[in-house]
Design a protein around this ligand. Structure first.
Ligand code: PFF
Length: 443
């Protein structure tokens, strides 16, 4: 397409891609997984997974998109023109997976929206509304999910530069500042040091093969890999950008935020315990992750008195912002396919896809017990790593090495003499697939 949209600046791209990566996975998933998997031990394995597996695949996915300069289905077909139908199917699989991820993500983000609004309702005397917003129920889950989907649709409707890039560059700095303020506050509270200790001092007794699998899944989810999201963002990236460097910046930002979230959530749990909130169950294990964020933290905020409302609002604003910069990147995948494959206008595509995902999310809300966990596991534990593996095989085995080199060289002219080029091609070709298969067998 001659006048396809593009991110207007490199920093705009980095903040948008980091915005996609930084989300509930970092602020909720990572710290709670760390808390129940030996703290620092999980942190170490996770860091290994990010740099040994996720980063090389992030470069690969961004590269397919930038080479294609088109929606993911078309970009994939350009990599292997002889297998157009098969490549279209792979793109379709990514698109379906990301739509399902968005449908459960919007439900959780909706809860966060509820926890954000509830204390404010309470403040103005709407106690019953506040209670309703914080109590699990079909109507409440549905309404809040739809509200969050509406926010996502509104941003994506405005397009790449005026919607996604504009809101990511506005929201990401706010998120980082809010985060640092919260960490400083929490670390001055009594009990915080116990949480810090758990997070920073490894306990090898927790080591198990399962921990490696969890860390890999977490790394894939956190970097938004294997579902064409990074591919579609890569397709809006200018040819002059240095891909390995840009991907490294995105991965570092994402990992940095996960680390800071650990500095916030783990100490916060122990501060909560200090304030009389239970964080262990009867058997002595840490409470499940949803209980941690949705009951331990609010209980802690409540025990803080007046300032608690402020801290709670800050925390949930942070969560909603993080979720929104991720959800817009998810919605962009099916939207870009609909615009470019079916020739629809952005406006129409966004509303149609937004409604379809809203309907899928409604089905999940109504059958929550049987569907929610199932969809989460199918998409994050299976679809993301398997499709990610397919991308690695495509880049490593199918795509001609000279073309890969030409694509990277576009924004990195002396790449051929770099350490990156000596390692990365065979690494994606051999090491990444073997590592991923090993992890699958362990599972
Ligand atoms: N990376 C996001 C997070 O950590 O919350 C989740 C995510 C975004 C997954 C976009 C997949 C995706 F395509």
């Amino acid at each position: 397409m001659a006048n396809r949209a593009q991110f207007s600046s490199r920093i705009g791209f980095i903040l948008a891609a980091a915005g996609s990566a930084v989300g509930l996975g970092n602020i909720w998933g990572f710290p709670t997984q760390a808390a129940s998997n030996g703290g620092a031990l999980f942190l170490i394995v996770y860091l290994l997974m990010v740099f040994a597996l996720a980063y090389p695949l992030l470069v690969a996915e961004l590269m397919i998109g930038r080479y294609g300069q088109a929606d993911p289905m078309t970009s994939l077909r350009k990599i292997w023109p002889a297998q157009r139908a098969l490549m279209g199917l792979v793109g379709l699989a990514g698109m379906l997976a990301v739509s399902l991820i968005l449908s459960f993500y919007a439900i959780v983000a909706g809860w966060l929206l509820g926890y954000l609004i509830a204390p404010l309702c309470e403040l103005v005397g709407l106690t019953q509304v506040a209670q309703w917003l914080e109590t699990f129920g079909v109507a409440r889950n549905l309404l809040l999910m739809l509200a969050f989907m509406w926010l996502t649709v509104m941003v994506v409707r405005s397009g790449v530069t005026n919607g996604i890039e504009k809101w990511s560059t506005r929201l990401m700095p706010v998120l980082l500042i809010l985060f640092v303020v919260m960490v400083i506050y929490i670390l001055t509270q009594e009990g915080a040091m116990d949480g810090l200790q758990l997070f920073l001092i490894p306990d090898p007794s927790h080591f198990s093969p399962k921990l490696i699998v969890s860390a890999m899944g977490q790394a894939f989810f956190s970097l938004s890999l294997g579902v064409c999201t990074m591919m579609v963002y890569g397709s809006y990236l200018s040819k002059s950008a240095n891909l390995p460097k840009t991907a490294a910046q995105v991965a570092l930002l994402d990992t940095g935020v996960a680390f800071i979230a650990g500095l916030l959530i783990l100490p916060a749990m122990f501060v909560a315990q200090n304030n009389g909130v239970a964080i262990y169950d009867a058997s002595g294990a840490l409470l499940a992750s949803d209980t941690l964020v949705f009951s331990v933290l609010p209980a802690m905020f409540e025990s803080m008195g007046g300032v608690g409302i402020l801290v709670s609002t800050l925390f949930f604003v942070l969560m909603v912002i993080a979720a929104l910069t991720s959800s817009i990147s998810m919605l962009e995948v099916p939207v870009s396919c609909t615009i470019e494959e079916l020739g629809q206008s952005r406006h129409k595509a966004v509303w149609w896809i937004g409604c379809i995902i809203g309907v899928i999310a409604t089905v999940i809300v109504v059958n929550f017990e049987s569907l929610f966990g199932f969809v989460v596991t199918m998409t994050t534990a299976y679809a993301q790593p398997i499709i990610g593996l397919l991308f690695a095989i495509l880049v490593g085995w199918i795509w001609h090495r000279d073309k890969v080199l030409a694509e990277i060289s576009a924004g990195y002219p002396d790449v051929q003499s770099s350490l990156f080029w000596r390692i990365w091609p065979w690494y994606v070709r051999i090491v990444c697939p073997i590592l991923m298969l090993l992890v699958f067998f362990v599972q």
